[in-house]
Unconditional design. Structure first.
Length: 276
């Protein structure tokens, strides 16, 4: 198998596993069984592709691939994901499997974009660019999801005000119901949180393999992790019924203000996020 073909296969596996994590996260926090089924199918496809890649690598090298750190990382990721599928399919242990998937994704990312592998590969420069592209794509998808939560929260407040004042007109006939708007807020950040997490993992990996010097204390990195924590806290408080109604809508609006600060101001204050 050529270096380019192997690189493309690894990239596809990372992307599919990232998407799988998004659906697992939705199922974990929202008890959405359809999302769970999609996640399992995607992860099963990743496992199948990993196994094919492993077999082809064994055939090509004529040995078992555990003799280097680079090979060991891949084999470990394969074991973790295989164990995750076994836990779900046979033992129905979804929560441990979810955390195993996160670990497997992190190690698959490390393997795919490992510095030594990139330097030795003739497609190294392209791989760096693609890693950066995937990082930015997932970040923008997360921002889009948070923007949608802002829209739903704004509509919720508008509808609440209209109903309270009993000034319903035909102009407001296309507004969602309060329940639909509240569900939309929750679903939007359920999608945005794992997308942002994936983006941060990929972004840190890109910085590590591409920059001679970078600081984990960079303003953009810190603000992005704070943003992730903010939305996770919102989800946790929502699950504990600490927020509801207009209070829940307002906290989405305040959180989105931080999204704008992170997206616009954070890049200006960063030492290396010049491509945003």
């Amino acid at each position: 198998m050529t270096d380019l073909a192997m690189t493309r296969l690894l990239e596809i596996m990372v992307i599919l596993q990232a998407v799988s994590l998004v659906f697992y996260f939705i199922d974990y926090l929202n008890k959405e069984r359809r999302a769970h089924r999609i996640a399992v199918w995607l992860l099963s496809l990743v496992s199948l592709m990993q196994t094919v890649f492993l077999v082809l690598y064994i055939i090509e090298t004529k040995r078992f691939p555990i003799l280097s750190l680079f090979e060991g990382i891949y084999f470990y990721a394969w074991l973790v994901i295989t164990l995750s599928i076994i836990l779900q399919v046979i033992f129905r242990l979804d929560l441990p499997a979810f955390f195993l998937n996160i670990i497997g994704f992190i190690f698959m990312t490390i393997h795919t974009f490992a510095p030594n592998q990139i330097e030795q590969s003739p497609v190294g420069d392209a791989l760096r660019s693609e890693l950066l592209f995937i990082h930015i794509m997932f970040a923008l998808l997360a921002y889009a999801a948070f923007s949608l939560s802002f829209v739903f929260s704004s509509l919720y407040l508008i509808l609440y005000r209209v109903l309270k004042k009993k000034k319903w007109t035909k102009q407001f006939s296309r507004l969602p119901s309060l329940k639909q708007a509240e569900t939309g807020m929750t679903f939007s950040i359920l999608t945005g949180v794992p997308l942002l997490f994936v983006s941060l993992v990929l972004g840190l990996e890109w910085a590590y393999v591409s920059l001679d010097i970078f600081s984990i204390l960079d303003f953009k990195i810190i603000s992005s992790f704070i943003l992730l924590v903010v939305y996770i806290v919102v989800l946790l408080l929502r699950r504990q019924s600490r927020f509801s109604g207009t209070n829940y809508a307002w906290i989405h609006i305040y959180a989105f203000m931080f999204v704008l600060i992170n997206f616009l101001l954070g890049s200006q204050l960063s030492q290396f996020h010049l491509w945003y």
